[in-house]
Design a protein around this ligand. Structure first.
Ligand code: SF4
Length: 537
């Protein structure tokens, strides 16, 4: 196997024997071959898509998105489901061929793909040997960006990027243009998800959420992790009036900011735990049922027998709820059995969430006035992915050391590096006092950050790079890749990225991004980076 799609890749080079995420060589090969099948399917379907029967069109769209999303880091470790999905891709390609679809990918290996193709044909290290690391690194930047987009948008397949990539261009300029297109399309994907979430559950509003420690001596509870608000909604409906309390975990914390969920479901009881990499300890200690959407591979004996996966998430031997939309699925399939008593954790007892777009953009005038009057020196967007490495403590240090006349925006699970700290408030003037840390939500709520930056720039009559704004991102997997590409598509410069730069980007590929966007790594010292950003005091 060779996989270097996420930040924790072994040695900063690639996982070759088994993934640090516990992905097996077998699953790695199945994922590689599945992605190549997606490319072929997209390339064949796209030119004549509008002429295809609706049922076939819908099946192709759904398959491309789901087959892509399944290969995202920590989503599925289930070999049987990859085999079934890949076989289905082969069936769809056969159907297109039977309809006389003539178009075919120009890349010979993609064109030759069948579900039984030799996995070596898709192996990245072997392609590197043929095409060079720079070209393959840029090709993979696009694929990983699209994996992130697929996580956000059911209809991302219409974007046509996979079909485009099936030509496997080897020109660095063309590849950079494609990468920025992925960022553009990701903006559309996040916009659609934002519209859907806010239409269903209202615009998030600031809300103080109970965070451990707490102790329940009776009753039952379910812990919901991941990102999918619809899954949470259905579970809340299914447990309404049963006495079961539902807690959020990880990025699901953001759900507590949505007024419809809060008001309709009083048994949405609070938040438990921190980010995904702490699932093993936190799920083990939670005395109810964890239900997950983005899964740190559970070890045998830890909590496997109490966990349920939904949608595309899967692990061999873990109970999978096949159809989350079925009414009452929780009651029939995942009835809680354990008395709840969440373990006490050593952190503050509440978190404030729900800084949605109306709230943040609604104080744009005051933010600009405070910046003009010297009461607000800088806005830092510090967020992204969390992970195991001690080097990620940089972000805790950065936030702790940021001067009191700065504002911190955060989002995604990287927030758990900052949100346990007391950051105090900032007085913007005009009677507006804000918490210094504004939690914008999940990773897809990068949409809120981007729209807020656009609103500030429009009011200030300047470009986004002229705002008193610095972006300090932590990345781990492919959703961070597509968000980074969205920021670059908007022309944002001087982004600092850590804790390590992507292994798939060679120095030559990185030089292209440095030259155009001055993107750079975080430094070894948060204080030194703050000094460099803020300049002489
Ligand atoms: Fe390694 Fe990350 Fe790939 Fe897992 S997803 S095999 S940890 S590079």
């Amino acid at each position: 196997m060779f996989c270097y799609q996420c930040e924790q890749t072994i040695g900063g080079v690639g996982c070759t024997k088994v993934g640090r995420c516990m992905k097996s060589p077998e699953v790695a090969a199945l994922q590689d071959i599945q992605i190549m099948g997606v490319m072929k399917l997209a390339a064949m379907a796209r030119p004549q898509y509008t002429e295809l029967p609706t049922e076939l069109k819908d099946d192709i769209a759904k398959t491309i998105i789901e087959a892509t999303f399944m290969t995202l880091t920590n989503v599925s470790f289930d070999g049987a489901r990859f085999r079934a999905q890949t076989a289905h891709i082969g069936d769809l390609i056969d159907q297109l061929a039977q309809r006389g679809v003539a178009s075919a990918p120009t890349d010979p290996e993609v064109a030759a793909w069948t579900p039984a193709a030799d996995p070596k044909a898709a192996r990245i290290d072997l392609r590197q040997a043929r095409q060079g690391k720079t070209v393959v690194g840029l090709q993979e930047l696009i694929v990983y960006g699209m994996k992130g987009v697929a996580a956000y948008l059911d209809h991302a397949w219409r974007l046509g990027v996979f079909a485009f990539l099936a030509t496997r261009p080897a020109d660095v300029g063309a590849l950079l243009g494609m990468a920025l297109r992925v960022g553009e399309h990701n903006l559309a994907a996040m916009d659609g998800l934002h519209e859907a979430n806010t239409a269903a559950y209202g615009d998030p509003t600031p809300h103080e959420v109970q965070w451990a420690p707490w102790a329940r001596t009776e009753g039952k509870c379910i812990l919901v992790s991941g990102h999918d608000l619809l899954d949470l909604y259905e579970l809340l409906e299914a447990t309404r009036g049963t006495g079961v309390q539902v807690y959020t975990h990880g990025e699901m914390l953001a759900a507590n900011g949505y007024p419809v969920l809060r008001s309709r479901f009083p048994h949405l009881a609070g938040h438990y735990g921190t980010a995904w990499q702490n699932q093993v300890a936190e799920f083990r200690d939670f005395r109810g049922h964890p239900d997950d959407h983005q899964l740190h591979h559970p070890r045998v004996g830890d909590y496997r027998e109490r966990i349920f996966t939904t949608n595309l998430v899967g692990v061999d031997g873990v109970t999978h709820i096949a159809e989350s939309a079925a009414p009452g699925w929780v009651g029939t399939t995942a009835a809680p059995t354990a008395a709840g008593q969440a373990a006490a954790a050593a952190h503050k007892s509440t978190l404030t969430v729900g800084f949605g777009l109306p709230t943040v953009a609604g104080v744009a005038d005051q933010i600009l006035a405070a910046a003009g009057a010297g009461r607000l020196r800088r806005i830092f967007l510090v967020g992204g992915c969390d992970g195991f490495e001690g080097s990620r403590n940089y972000y805790t240090d950065f936030a702790a050391r940021a001067p009191r006349d700065t504002l911190l925006l955060t989002l995604a699970c990287g927030k758990f590096k900052l949100n346990h700290l007391e950051h105090g408030t900032i007085d913007l003037g005009g009677g507006v006092v804000l918490p210094r840390l504004l939690d914008l939500g999940q990773c897809n709520d990068a949409h809120t950050a981007i729209e807020a930056v656009k609103a500030l720039a429009a009011k200030a009559h300047c470009g986004p790079n002229e705002l008193p704004l610095s972006i300090v991102l932590s990345w781990f997997e492919q959703k961070a890749v597509c968000i980074l590409l969205s920021l670059l598509h908007l022309g944002l410069r001087n982004i600092r990225l850590g804790p390590a730069l992507p292994a798939f980007l060679t120095p030559e590929a990185l030089a292209v991004l440095v030259e155009k966007f001055n993107i750079g790594p975080i430094g070894p010292s948060a204080q030194a980076d703050l000094d460099a950003i803020l300049g002489p005091q």
